[in-house]
Design a protein around this ligand. Structure first.
Ligand code: GTP
Ligand code: MG
Length: 195
């Protein structure tokens, strides 16, 4: 799948602007700065396809990327703290929630969790929304290069305990580092294997 052409399609600021729900779609959700845009770049092998930066709140629209004419990868604005004016943040949070609960072609939501921080309250809220909307979600741990091996296990226990409360959670957790390339091939295979 990822050997095919990837392209930016459009940035959407309202549900009315969504492209037709005519192909398999996966999205990347997570707190601001967790590494969503960077992960999309790693998956597609294109360094600057999705805009990433160290400023939380970089992605402010719902960005659609096409993969091989058969899939959409969707980069979402972050939730939680973002470095932008409150009314703006509230507007994109509403859009994010509408998207996560009302997109018919959304096949799986990847919920990104920082390997240093584990599942936070805002993550649990998003997971509960996905439960309610019956959207299968899968946790992707990011920035594994930033945690020591011995600290990983503790965070993983916390994440597993949090997932046990969510019926829409897919049990396999994917460990990734966009920096080092860990888990990227695994995640590509997971996406390519969805039907
Ligand atoms: P918003 O769009 O603001 O919600 O953020 P985002 O989740 O898209 O995060 P983004 O991809 O912009 O990355 C935030 C910062 O984390 C950037 O400085 C990235 O370079 C860094 N980053 C992302 N992934 C990794 C990783 O695997 N390892 C390391 N060390 N840094 C990473
Ligand atoms: Mg982003």
């Amino acid at each position: 799948l990822f050997a095919g052409t990837t392209d930016f399609l459009k940035g959407v600021v309202a549900m009315s602007g969504m492209p037709p729900a005519d192909r398999l779609e996966v999205c990347f959700a997570g707190r601001s700065n967790v590494g969503k845009s960077t992960l999309i770049n790693a998956l597609t092998g294109r360094k600057a396809l999705a805009r990433a930066s160290n400023t939380p709140g970089r992605t402010q629209e719902i960005n659609f990327f096409t993969v091989a004419d058969s899939h959409y990868l969707v980069d979402l604005p972050g939730y939680g703290y973002a470095n932008a004016p409150l009314p703006v943040v509230e507007k994109w949070q509403r859009l994010l929630k509408s998207y996560l609960s009302g997109r018919p072609s959304l096949r799986r939501a990847f919920v990104l969790i920082d390997s240093r921080h584990g599942v936070k309250k805002v993550d649990s809220e998003i997971m509960a929304l996905l439960d309610k909307s019956a959207v299968t979600f899968q946790v992707v741990m990011t920035k594994t290069d930033k945690v020591k091996e011995k600290d990983r296990a503790k965070v993983m226990e916390q994440v597993k305990a949090a997932l046990a409360k969510h019926p829409a959670a897919y049990p396999e957790i994917v460990l990734t580092s966009s920096e080092k390339g860990e888990g990227i091939a695994t995640l590509r295979a997971i996406i390519a294997g969805l039907e």
